[in-house]
Design a protein. Sequence first.
Length: 303
Amino acid sequence: MSQPNNHILIVDDEPQVRDLTRRALTAHGFQCDVVSDGEEAVQLVSKTSYDAVLTDLRMPRKHGHSLCIDLMQLPKPPCVMVLTALTDPRLVRDLMMRGVKDVVQKPVNYDVLAMKLQAVIEQGRQQQMKSVVGPPKKANLKKFNLLQQVEASLVELTELGGDRLDSVFEVHHELPDPPRAIREFIRRMAESEVMENDKADGSAMPSHPGRNSDRVTCFTTAVAVPVDRLWKRIGDPFKLALRDLSEGGVRLLHTRATNAEYLALCWNATQVGGKQIRVVCTIRKCKPCGPFYDINGQFVMAD
């Protein structure tokens, strides 16, 4: 459930979509205002402070893309998410580079949307609070810096691949998100690992230096596509959850096992603003982990 002071603006020219989105997100605790086009949105945002703006793209009077640009130029821009039926990967990349937090494909799973919306709002508030509350605790700062470092490295790997994966990630239908339970499962595992490390640090027994030093938990989802060693698509796309990352590989959680030798992965960077990560990994291990499957992959370059 959202905090009651999360104030959002919904921008869509279709009355049924506006009303459905408003009712669904209100049920999750958000305070919702609605407008029918980009010009109305600009006028309202100039008078009212919003935590987030959800906007369609194809609208009369002012296109959603133009609205996103205007919002990002504000001194204190709200978090912006796009809801659209368009699937052009070039458009998605452009929006993310301009500061849009996420692009959600219609039809929308409103339970998942509410979770994503809450996450981006909390992230925005944390960034705003940094200058007020001072530097974060050393452990949190180390984790943040490591995730930022890992994602920056993977962005470089993405750029080396150029546009080779564009056709791989052309998805023309909405992919179901992983179940909510996966995120909670990942959180519990991360907390368990922290407790184990704390016990090891306080004991006389030798610990395992480096075992977790290069990995960092990353709460997000990725689109996965089976490919061959030449990065050619050989299977249907699906979504799974990232468990943690390193510069050399990734651990994933999914509701079912995979027999793919290689997976192409695509997700929006969480700490490197406006960047999308597109990499290929070779699957080293796939084994049951509680009610899910733990998939270990090592990042590779194309042959």
